[in-house]
Design a protein. Structure first.
Length: 258
Protein backbone atom coordinates (compact mmCIF):
# COMPACT_ATOMS: atom_id res chain seq x y z
CA UNK A 1 0.00 0.00 0.00
CA UNK A 2 1.41 3.38 -1.05
CA UNK A 3 0.94 6.07 1.63
CA UNK A 4 2.05 9.66 2.17
CA UNK A 5 2.59 11.41 5.49
CA UNK A 6 4.48 14.15 7.29
CA UNK A 7 7.43 12.89 9.31
CA UNK A 8 10.20 13.92 11.68
CA UNK A 9 13.44 12.02 11.20
CA UNK A 10 14.46 10.49 14.55
CA UNK A 11 17.44 8.32 13.62
CA UNK A 12 19.34 7.07 10.57
CA UNK A 13 21.55 3.99 10.30
CA UNK A 14 23.73 2.96 7.38
CA UNK A 15 22.59 -0.25 5.69
CA UNK A 16 24.66 -1.98 3.02
CA UNK A 17 26.88 0.12 0.78
CA UNK A 18 24.15 2.33 -0.63
CA UNK A 19 21.12 2.33 1.68
CA UNK A 20 19.93 3.54 5.07
CA UNK A 21 17.41 2.34 7.63
CA UNK A 22 15.66 5.43 8.96
CA UNK A 23 13.36 5.78 11.96
CA UNK A 24 10.59 8.32 11.44
CA UNK A 25 7.93 9.75 13.69
CA UNK A 26 4.97 10.31 11.40
CA UNK A 27 1.69 12.13 11.80
CA UNK A 28 -0.44 9.27 10.45
CA UNK A 29 1.37 6.13 11.62
CA UNK A 30 3.44 7.06 14.66
CA UNK A 31 6.98 5.71 14.85
CA UNK A 32 8.01 3.58 11.88
CA UNK A 33 11.18 2.31 10.24
CA UNK A 34 11.83 2.56 6.53
CA UNK A 35 14.60 1.41 4.24
CA UNK A 36 15.84 4.13 1.90
CA UNK A 37 17.56 2.43 -1.02
CA UNK A 38 20.31 4.51 -2.61
CA UNK A 39 20.34 7.07 0.22
CA UNK A 40 24.11 6.65 0.60
CA UNK A 41 24.79 7.00 -3.11
CA UNK A 42 26.90 10.15 -3.39
CA UNK A 43 26.16 10.70 -7.09
CA UNK A 44 22.49 9.78 -7.27
CA UNK A 45 20.79 10.31 -3.92
CA UNK A 46 17.20 11.22 -4.76
CA UNK A 47 16.35 11.90 -1.10
CA UNK A 48 18.87 14.70 -0.61
CA UNK A 49 19.20 15.78 3.02
CA UNK A 50 15.59 14.96 3.90
CA UNK A 51 16.61 11.89 5.93
CA UNK A 52 18.93 13.64 8.37
CA UNK A 53 17.88 13.54 12.07
CA UNK A 54 15.68 16.48 13.20
CA UNK A 55 14.44 17.07 9.63
CA UNK A 56 10.76 17.75 8.96
CA UNK A 57 9.97 15.84 5.78
CA UNK A 58 7.12 14.74 3.56
CA UNK A 59 7.47 11.05 2.68
CA UNK A 60 5.87 8.56 0.32
CA UNK A 61 6.40 4.89 1.12
CA UNK A 62 5.27 1.38 0.40
CA UNK A 63 3.77 0.33 3.73
CA UNK A 64 4.00 -3.40 4.32
CA UNK A 65 1.13 -4.35 6.62
CA UNK A 66 2.18 -6.71 9.38
CA UNK A 67 5.87 -5.93 8.94
CA UNK A 68 8.13 -3.54 10.85
CA UNK A 69 10.20 -2.27 7.91
CA UNK A 70 8.75 -0.30 5.00
CA UNK A 71 10.20 0.85 1.70
CA UNK A 72 10.70 4.56 1.10
CA UNK A 73 9.75 5.79 -2.35
CA UNK A 74 10.07 9.57 -2.04
CA UNK A 75 11.17 12.06 0.59
CA UNK A 76 11.61 15.81 0.56
CA UNK A 77 12.07 18.51 3.16
CA UNK A 78 8.68 19.92 4.17
CA UNK A 79 9.83 22.72 6.48
CA UNK A 80 13.49 23.81 6.42
CA UNK A 81 15.10 24.15 9.85
CA UNK A 82 18.32 25.75 8.71
CA UNK A 83 19.44 27.11 12.10
CA UNK A 84 19.37 23.90 14.14
CA UNK A 85 23.09 23.49 13.46
CA UNK A 86 23.95 27.00 14.71
CA UNK A 87 25.88 26.11 17.83
CA UNK A 88 26.13 23.11 20.12
CA UNK A 89 23.23 24.11 22.37
CA UNK A 90 20.74 24.26 19.50
CA UNK A 91 22.01 21.08 17.88
CA UNK A 92 22.12 18.92 21.01
CA UNK A 93 18.74 20.22 22.21
CA UNK A 94 17.20 19.19 18.89
CA UNK A 95 18.92 15.82 19.01
CA UNK A 96 17.72 15.28 22.60
CA UNK A 97 14.14 15.90 21.46
CA UNK A 98 14.22 13.27 18.70
CA UNK A 99 16.23 10.84 20.86
CA UNK A 100 13.60 11.06 23.60
CA UNK A 101 10.70 10.44 21.20
CA UNK A 102 12.54 7.52 19.64
CA UNK A 103 13.15 6.05 23.10
CA UNK A 104 9.67 6.35 24.63
CA UNK A 105 7.29 5.82 21.71
CA UNK A 106 6.15 2.37 20.60
CA UNK A 107 6.06 1.42 16.93
CA UNK A 108 3.08 2.45 14.82
CA UNK A 109 1.00 4.18 17.48
CA UNK A 110 -0.62 7.22 15.86
CA UNK A 111 -0.56 10.34 18.05
CA UNK A 112 -1.27 13.52 16.10
CA UNK A 113 -1.07 15.88 19.12
CA UNK A 114 2.34 14.52 20.09
CA UNK A 115 3.56 14.85 16.51
CA UNK A 116 2.46 18.51 16.56
CA UNK A 117 4.20 19.01 19.91
CA UNK A 118 7.48 17.64 18.54
CA UNK A 119 7.26 19.84 15.45
CA UNK A 120 6.52 22.87 17.64
CA UNK A 121 9.54 22.10 19.82
CA UNK A 122 11.94 21.71 16.88
CA UNK A 123 10.73 24.89 15.15
CA UNK A 124 11.03 26.80 18.44
CA UNK A 125 14.63 25.67 18.89
CA UNK A 126 15.36 26.60 15.28
CA UNK A 127 14.01 30.13 15.76
CA UNK A 128 15.32 30.81 19.26
CA UNK A 129 18.40 32.86 20.11
CA UNK A 130 18.68 31.89 23.80
CA UNK A 131 17.56 29.37 26.41
CA UNK A 132 17.25 26.55 23.88
CA UNK A 133 17.37 23.81 26.51
CA UNK A 134 14.18 25.26 28.03
CA UNK A 135 12.36 23.92 24.97
CA UNK A 136 13.40 20.38 25.86
CA UNK A 137 12.28 20.90 29.47
CA UNK A 138 8.91 22.26 28.33
CA UNK A 139 8.52 19.34 25.91
CA UNK A 140 9.15 16.84 28.70
CA UNK A 141 6.60 18.48 31.00
CA UNK A 142 3.95 18.39 28.28
CA UNK A 143 4.94 14.87 27.25
CA UNK A 144 4.10 13.65 30.76
CA UNK A 145 0.55 14.95 30.35
CA UNK A 146 0.19 13.17 27.01
CA UNK A 147 1.23 9.94 28.70
CA UNK A 148 -1.25 10.36 31.54
CA UNK A 149 1.16 11.04 34.41
CA UNK A 150 1.43 14.82 34.21
CA UNK A 151 3.00 16.91 36.92
CA UNK A 152 0.78 19.01 39.16
CA UNK A 153 2.76 21.75 40.88
CA UNK A 154 0.09 24.44 40.74
CA UNK A 155 -1.06 23.81 44.30
CA UNK A 156 -0.23 21.70 47.35
CA UNK A 157 -2.09 18.40 47.22
CA UNK A 158 -2.77 18.59 50.98
CA UNK A 159 -3.62 22.18 51.89
CA UNK A 160 -4.37 23.64 48.46
CA UNK A 161 -1.96 26.59 48.79
CA UNK A 162 -1.15 27.80 45.27
CA UNK A 163 2.40 28.01 43.95
CA UNK A 164 1.63 31.24 42.12
CA UNK A 165 0.43 32.95 45.29
CA UNK A 166 2.96 31.67 47.83
CA UNK A 167 6.73 31.89 48.30
CA UNK A 168 7.48 28.37 49.46
CA UNK A 169 11.12 27.87 50.55
CA UNK A 170 10.91 24.40 49.02
CA UNK A 171 8.45 21.71 47.96
CA UNK A 172 8.29 17.93 47.68
CA UNK A 173 7.47 16.18 44.42
CA UNK A 174 5.95 12.71 44.68
CA UNK A 175 7.32 10.55 41.86
CA UNK A 176 4.41 8.13 41.93
CA UNK A 177 1.83 10.68 40.73
CA UNK A 178 3.60 14.02 40.15
CA UNK A 179 1.78 15.77 42.98
CA UNK A 180 3.41 18.50 45.02
CA UNK A 181 3.45 19.02 48.78
CA UNK A 182 4.32 22.47 50.11
CA UNK A 183 6.98 23.10 52.74
CA UNK A 184 4.37 23.77 55.45
CA UNK A 185 2.61 20.44 55.01
CA UNK A 186 5.79 18.43 54.53
CA UNK A 187 7.10 19.62 57.89
CA UNK A 188 3.82 19.17 59.74
CA UNK A 189 2.93 15.75 58.34
CA UNK A 190 6.39 14.34 57.55
CA UNK A 191 5.69 13.81 53.87
CA UNK A 192 8.25 12.21 51.54
CA UNK A 193 9.29 13.04 48.00
CA UNK A 194 11.98 14.68 45.88
CA UNK A 195 12.91 18.01 47.45
CA UNK A 196 12.65 20.95 45.05
CA UNK A 197 14.10 24.38 45.73
CA UNK A 198 11.92 27.48 45.47
CA UNK A 199 13.48 28.34 42.11
CA UNK A 200 12.81 24.89 40.68
CA UNK A 201 9.22 25.06 41.92
CA UNK A 202 8.62 28.40 40.19
CA UNK A 203 10.27 27.17 36.98
CA UNK A 204 8.18 24.00 36.84
CA UNK A 205 5.09 26.09 37.49
CA UNK A 206 6.04 28.32 34.53
CA UNK A 207 6.64 25.39 32.16
CA UNK A 208 3.40 23.74 33.20
CA UNK A 209 1.32 26.84 32.52
CA UNK A 210 2.89 28.06 29.26
CA UNK A 211 3.21 26.64 25.73
CA UNK A 212 6.55 25.54 24.33
CA UNK A 213 6.93 28.75 22.34
CA UNK A 214 7.18 30.78 25.54
CA UNK A 215 9.68 28.48 27.24
CA UNK A 216 12.68 30.41 25.91
CA UNK A 217 11.51 33.56 27.71
CA UNK A 218 12.42 32.09 31.11
CA UNK A 219 16.02 32.52 32.24
CA UNK A 220 17.60 29.95 34.55
CA UNK A 221 21.17 29.61 35.69
CA UNK A 222 23.03 26.45 34.53
CA UNK A 223 22.99 24.85 37.99
CA UNK A 224 19.22 25.22 38.34
CA UNK A 225 18.62 23.96 34.82
CA UNK A 226 20.74 20.87 35.42
CA UNK A 227 18.90 20.21 38.68
CA UNK A 228 15.53 20.51 36.94
CA UNK A 229 16.58 18.20 34.10
CA UNK A 230 17.74 15.61 36.64
CA UNK A 231 14.37 15.73 38.41
CA UNK A 232 12.43 15.36 35.15
CA UNK A 233 14.54 12.45 33.96
CA UNK A 234 14.07 10.71 37.33
CA UNK A 235 10.32 11.21 37.04
CA UNK A 236 10.26 9.81 33.51
CA UNK A 237 12.37 6.81 34.50
CA UNK A 238 10.04 6.10 37.42
CA UNK A 239 7.10 5.76 35.04
CA UNK A 240 8.84 4.17 32.03
CA UNK A 241 11.33 1.47 32.99
CA UNK A 242 13.10 1.33 29.63
CA UNK A 243 14.19 4.98 29.67
CA UNK A 244 17.92 5.56 29.94
CA UNK A 245 19.93 8.76 30.23
CA UNK A 246 19.79 10.66 26.95
CA UNK A 247 23.17 10.70 25.21
CA UNK A 248 22.50 14.04 23.49
CA UNK A 249 21.57 15.70 26.76
CA UNK A 250 24.62 14.29 28.54
CA UNK A 251 26.88 15.67 25.82
CA UNK A 252 25.22 19.06 26.06
CA UNK A 253 25.65 19.24 29.83
CA UNK A 254 29.26 18.06 29.65
CA UNK A 255 30.06 21.00 27.37
CA UNK A 256 28.81 23.42 30.01
CA UNK A 257 26.31 25.11 27.70
CA UNK A 258 23.21 24.05 29.57
Amino acid sequence: MIVETEAVVLHALNYSDTSKIVTLYTRKYGKIKIIAKGARNQKNNKFGSSLEPMTLSSVVMYKNEGKNLHLLSKSEIATPLNRLQDGSEKMFTGLALVELVNMVMHDEEENGPLFDLLVEALTTVDASVKNNVNVFISFMVQLFHHFGFGLNVESCNLCGRKTGDEDFPYGLLRLSDGKFTCSHCSEEQQQSGVKLSAGIMKSLYYFQRNPIGKSVMLSMNPVMRTELLTVLQSYLQYHIDSVRTLRSLSLLQSMGTS
